[in-house]
Design a protein around this ligand. Structure first.
Ligand code: GLA
Length: 411
């Protein structure tokens, strides 16, 4: 809900602001579609996500605590009578065309998220044929807010609707994840697609990435906002260490299984098992696994903090997560570390840490709502001084998951 942290008049202005923003994107996209294709589209949106705690745990069958946000990818789409697919990227001002008879990589990267989903739906036997599609939005690319999952989920949801494929939300989430794993080539977990599809206004999702059971937990941190501070460093997970981290975790599990065959993933591992099976001799694998084991425990404790509304304790755990990601899992970078460090002495920031895959993007910060501007100014200035780079900020609100946009000019 846009006004979760705001009261009275402020809430009203904030809501107006959000409405204007959303209709700006979907309205512009609607016009662009009409200009390109000359037919009336159907419109959909799928949001980016934040993750409060539980990083790099999803592909280890652990727990995560994400939420959908009020930044989304919008899609305008209309079916065609033939097998042709025509894609327009509003933000990149580029186009790509292909035939369903010849589904392969584009060589451009950005269309691959759509093509990958098409390929997955075809593999499921879904009755899809050609379509025209335009997309754009305000989830910053490569900033760790899952712009790629938002595009994949919006595509899956839209195709499911317009071709009546009969897929459930979970089937769409899994198809979107497979598109990223098998077509784009990033061996990501399920968190981003799940959060984008299943997000709920005012709630975080505690997701068990093994059983896929989930619980919505009210995000009741009254008087606080979620601020993402953006390093401006853009990562590309497929070129980075992401896939390597996943393999290192799998190697750790294989070593532990030699002694504890019942262990299926790091989810089942204790520190005792780690000490018995991995150390000494394999320092890197040990560090990676230690981080994941500790992070799963931290997440459970953080959920209790949330239920007890203990924001200080929750925030401390965020700092511990950052420490683990930086020193044990080694997916941070100097810019992210500076942004976290600079909040440590600010008593209006109970918690801060890097968010998402790592190597750039944003930190997620809990900040007292009357100090948001001060945080952005103070940390932005210190960041500039130390790195010579500009920091930007995204103050986000927790919102709903993937949906149709009924009226592009008022939704
Ligand atoms: C990326 C991946 C997710 C998850 C996070 C780290 O966002 O897409 O599946 O692994 O990194 O928590």
């Amino acid at each position: 809900m846009p006004g979760l942290f705001l009261g009275g008049e402020k809430w009203f202005y904030f809501k107006v602001m959000i409405t204007v923003n959303m209709s700006k994107y979907s309205g512009q996209l609607h016009r662009l579609f009409l200009k390109h294709f000359g037919t009336e589209p159907v419109m959909f949106r799928s949001p980016g996500r934040v993750n409060l705690i539980g990083e790099h745990t999803d592909y280890n069958q652990g727990f995560v605590l994400p939420a959908a946000i009020d930044k989304a990818t919008y899609i305008a789409i209309a079916p065609r009578m033939d097998d042709q697919v025509n894609i327009v990227s509003a933000d990149l001002e580029q186009q790509y065309h292909f035939s369903l008879q010849d589904v392969g990589k584009s060589g451009l990267h950005w269309p691959d998220y759509i093509i990958g989903v098409v390929q997955q739906l075809l593999a499921l036997g879904s009755p899809i044929h050609g379509f025209d599609i335009a997309f754009g939005g305000n989830v910053p690319i490569g900033a760790g807010m899952s712009s790629s999952a938002a595009l994949e989920c919006a595509t899956a949801f839209a195709l499911n609707r317009i071709f009546d494929c009969g897929l459930s939300s979970l089937e769409m989430v899994k198809a979107a994840q497979r598109a990223e794993n098998q077509f784009v080539g990033v061996n990501c977990g399920i968190m981003d697609q799940f959060a984008s599809m299943f997000g709920k206004d005012g709630h975080v999702i505690r997701l068990d990435c093994r059983s896929l059971d989930y619980t919505y937990i009210p995000f009741r941190m009254e008087g606080y906002r979620v601020a993402l501070l953006d390093t401006g460093i853009r990562h590309n997970l497929s070129d980075t260490e992401y896939n390597t981290r996943r393999m290192q975790c799998e190697s750790g599990v294989a070593l532990i299984q030699m002694r504890y065959p019942e262990v299926q993933s790091l989810r089942d591992v204790t520190m005792q098992m780690l000490n018995d099976c991995i150390r000494p001799g394999n320092e890197i694998i040990y560090k990676r696994c230690k981080y994941v084991v500790e992070e799963n425990i931290r997440l459970m404790q953080a959920c209790s903090d949330l239920e007890e509304n203990d924001i200080r304790s929750f925030g401390e755990r965020m700092y511990s997560t950052h420490e683990g990601l930086a020193k044990l899992y080694e997916v941070s970078c100097p810019e992210l570390d500076i942004l976290v460090e600079e909040t440590r002495l600010l008593d209006y920031v109970p918690g801060s840490r890097m968010m998402g895959g790592g190597f750039g993007g944003c930190t997620i910060n809990l900040v007292r709502e009357d100090h948001v501007d001060e945080l952005v100014k103070t940390v932005g200035e210190r960041y500039k001084k130390q790195t010579g780079k500009n920091m930007s900020a995204h103050i986000v609100t927790i919102g709903n998951g993937t949906s149709a946009v009924n009226n592009p000019f008022s939704d």
